[in-house]
Write a protein that binds this ligand. Sequence first.
Ligand code: XUL
Length: 566
Amino acid sequence: GFDLSTQQIKALIVDGDLKPVLQEHVEFDVDTPQYKTKKGVYTNPTEDNVYAPVEMWIRAMDVLLTKMKRSSIDFAHIKSISGAAQQHGSVYWSYEAERLLSSLDPQNDLASQLCPTAFANQFSPNWQDHSTVKECVELEHKIGGAEKLAKLTGSKTHHRFTGPQIMRFINRYPDEYEQTSRISLVSSFLASIFLGSIAPFDVSDVCGMNMWDIPAGKWNEEILKIVSGGENEAITLKKKLGEVEPDGGKHLGHIADYYVKRFGFAKDCIVTPVTGDNPGTILALPLRPLDAIVSLGTSTTFLVSTPNYETSPAYHMFSHPTTAGLYMGMLCYCNGALARERIRDEINSKYSHKSPVSPSSWEKFDEFALRSPRTGAKADGDARKLGFYFPLPEIVPDVRAGIWRFSVDAETNVPEYLDASSNEWSVPEDDALTILESQGLSMRLRAGPMLYPSGQPRRVYVVGGGSKNAAICRSLGEVLGPTEGVFRLDMGGNACALGSAYKAYWSYARKVQPNGSYEAFEDFLACKWDESSMILKVDEGYREGVWENYGRLLEPFSRAESFLSQ
Ligand code: XUL
């Protein structure tokens, strides 16, 4: 399983018992310094542009495979390859691409053979790009609003989504667009590199383009017209986009001869569709419908596998990467760890004179979060506290940076804004629990429709840095109320490389059922997955009365949020 992410490319190999036997990575800024990227990208702040050189990814792949080759792993034993990649980025192949991909010379490295000739654009717009404000407004307006676009494609417009990005590319760089034979996502680009020909889009990652009609399972012609600028132009665009592979386990073909001769791969090593990093993450464990993964990194993502295609402009729906009839719901927050760390730092600096505290210690923060009464109410009739902490402008909800605190009347359930001088709030002590509750309530409010009918998850799996923190896990357990509890999956930052390695294995080994369909990914994984060695229960989850009490706060929470956007 490969993971082509923003700052690095990783590879993870699992054996027949699903055990990781090799993990290797190449960090762009460090290992391919000649490209002079910062955190894997170039930025042009005047236009809110964020982009990456495609050649760097290819060069990094050369470096990675060479590094892996030095290990004790014999590439001839690798049966199947899959991957996951940063979502939404697009790669523009030239008319020379197919010829170059299919005639790679094993005596030479990849980059010198493909770059620059195989590409009509040497750069790929990155998911952090915000340059498509105009295109988003136009697309959403012409299609009939955010709700409608979300219903069709799983999401409202977002600056990073590929449709608006292609729209800008067509307008800005008409010559390069003209010279483009095919457009890939970063995911299908990665599959193409292994396959030695341009691969189709992945069934899940294609949903991050704002152009794929998920319920109909085809490109939306109306959107293609808006993006390309006309009826004939839409036909051209559709050709450049190519096909979408509906089966996430499809054998796209065998690995290109180049890798057999240069690195010793077996001739019959399978290449399967490469998906997005978020869909790849939900494959890191046998996630059942109504199970959720909360990724507590720099940003926070909430991922859920659900049979309900319930859309909303507040979140994203994607087709499931392996299982037809299931969907991946996703919430993507900008303010995760950074916001929590701000409160931690304020607490640490206030208390450091009493006893020395390391600035990055969570001890004091946890102490306040764990001993504060839930919602800040000591007794039944007391007002409850609600806080919003966005050091960066937030996506969910779409509001400017700031901190807001409210008191919610116990009788009327109405939130009242408190200004900084209010004596109803001890800053920063009360913020410790309030920020955790606020992050949990925001997920609960939005994930409710995805967790039909009860609005309650079965299990919550936590991954990423914040998953080590006991107070965070307890609060998520109390607010989200998973019936089976909160579990930590300890895979460092490698969950999506692991998920894609599992997908490669499933694609190779899945059995045909008596009814002619393939064994489902979840069933395949559940049989082989050793739960006790992979996850740890970190909170009991649902507590009778507690979850219901937090439920009463959802309405004032939502009202307070509308106040923030005024
Ligand atoms: C998801 C998104 C990010 C990238 C990160 O919509 O934009 O999570 O996939 O690589």
